[in-house]
Write a protein of this length. Structure first.
Length: 405
């Protein structure tokens, strides 16, 4: 696995309680390390006897020397022994051996698979457990985000935004027609040898990018189509060693990129096609996370932590970041100051921009409580000061008596 910052480790050396990436410790804090099985086995590479991530169980790849991770009968019997909180027949939640039911950690997805997911991974806009995201969206009244640009081909060539789709771009009531924009690579200023230019079709006017997500947001931001000219472009040019896990070796083609400024550098493009119809080369259109993992651009600036380190959501102007630093919650701007608490810390309704801010801060009840607590604190402090003075005087008296004696 390429974990970024020059650290490449074999998967069997991940989550083994030994740091192989000293700069980031990514091999020990990756998402898969958050959900470890309680059964130990000897891993095939390195001979390490340690527990394995739940993700490796039943994934079709033999990770244990004895093949225990792929033994369906063993895991079915083992998971039947899990201590479950609540009604065991519905497998609603499972706890680890060291926890009690006041600190539930895992949720079972279904009775048939016994697949489990840690609770903090639920309802984070990233599908992890059957229909979990659909249920969470209904329960939380979340918006359905359009994160992919319309394209007339499966290769996402000639992507189109807004009303610039066939049959709509020339409608009479539109004040601004559509325009063609040359898109060469993931970075407009770079020319990559062997990759054809393709066109993006966008409205010939600026847009409010606060309400765009994923690929449409990136396209608009990187082509100066946003009303806010300070919107940061998230496009990146990939280096030759980027996206090792996302682009298979047989499809990785190394070539040269010439930036508008600076020296030429080695990059990678993707080979697609077949011997029957022929091959051609495209830019992978992948976003490289700070961790080294790569995701498609429809997962960038979409309010979800697809990278695992939030680097795909940094500097995105289409979202409000809740103050809760541990969860990194993001909500769309139409949920900010709308009278409904969407952030778990309620920071989306307590900002000075909110109309009810002064009602909350300056409300008579809250002001009364503040005065009461202030007066009470003053009285308690005075009592403490008087008690301290009295104790000092007592100690002085005792010293005088002892000296006279």
């Amino acid at each position: 696995h390429n974990l970024g910052y020059g650290c490449i480790v074999h998967k069997h050396k991940m989550c083994d309680n030994h740091t192989d990436c000293p700069l980031t410790r990514r091999d020990e804090i990756d998402d898969i390390c958050n959900d470890m099985e309680t059964v130990n086995c000897t891993r095939r590479v390195g001979g390490i006897k340690w527990s394995i991530p739940s993700k490796w169980v039943g994934d079709g790849v033999k990770d244990c020397e004895d093949g225990k991770d792929e033994d369906k009968a063993f895991w079915r019997k083992h998971r039947e022994s899990y201590t479950v909180c609540g009604n065991k027949s519905d497998w609603t939640s499972v706890r680890s051996e060291s926890d009690d039911c006041s600190n539930e950690k895992f949720y079972f997805c279904s009775n048939s698979t016994r697949e489990k997911v840690i609770y903090k991974k639920l309802c984070v806009r990233i599908p992890s457990c059957g229909s979990e995201e659909r249920v969470c969206r209904v329960a939380r009244n979340q918006d359905i985000l359009q994160t992919k640009a319309y394209s007339i081909s499966s290769l996402q060539q000639m992507p189109r935004l807004s009303y610039c789709i066939p049959g709509m771009e020339n409608m009479a009531f539109l004040d601004h027609a559509c325009k063609d924009i040359n898109v060469t690579t993931t970075s407009k200023s770079d020319l990559i040898f062997g990759v054809k230019q393709y066109m993006a079709i966008l409205p010939n006017k600026t847009m409010d990018c606060k309400f765009l997500f994923g690929n449409p947001y990136v396209m608009a931001a990187c082509n100066n189509q946003c009303d806010d000219k300070n919107t940061i472009c998230k496009l990146k040019t990939l280096s030759h060693d980027s996206c090792i896990n996302e682009i298979v070796d047989t499809d990785r083609i190394y070539t040269v990129a010439t930036p508008k400024r600076g020296d030429t550098f080695l990059t990678v493009v993707q080979k697609i096609g077949s011997p029957e119809v022929g091959y051609h080369f495209i830019n992978p259109n992948l976003f490289e996370c700070e961790s080294g993992a790569c995701i498609s651009y429809d997962k960038v600036c979409n309010l979800a932590n697809d990278c695992g380190d939030w680097s795909d959501e940094q500097d995105c102007s289409n979202q409000f970041s809740c103050n809760e630093s541990e969860t990194g919650e993001r909500i769309p701007w139409n949920r900010y100051c709308d009278g409904v608490f969407d952030c778990s810390d309620h920071s989306d309704e307590c900002g000075k921009d909110c109309s009810n801010y002064h009602e909350i801060i300056e409300g008579s009840f809250l002001v009364g409580c503040s005065w009461c607590f202030g007066i009470l604190a003053t009285i308690l402090n005075l009592i403490a000061i008087i008690a301290t003075i009295f104790q000092i005087l007592q100690e002085k008296s005792m010293v005088k008596i002892s000296n006279l004696a």
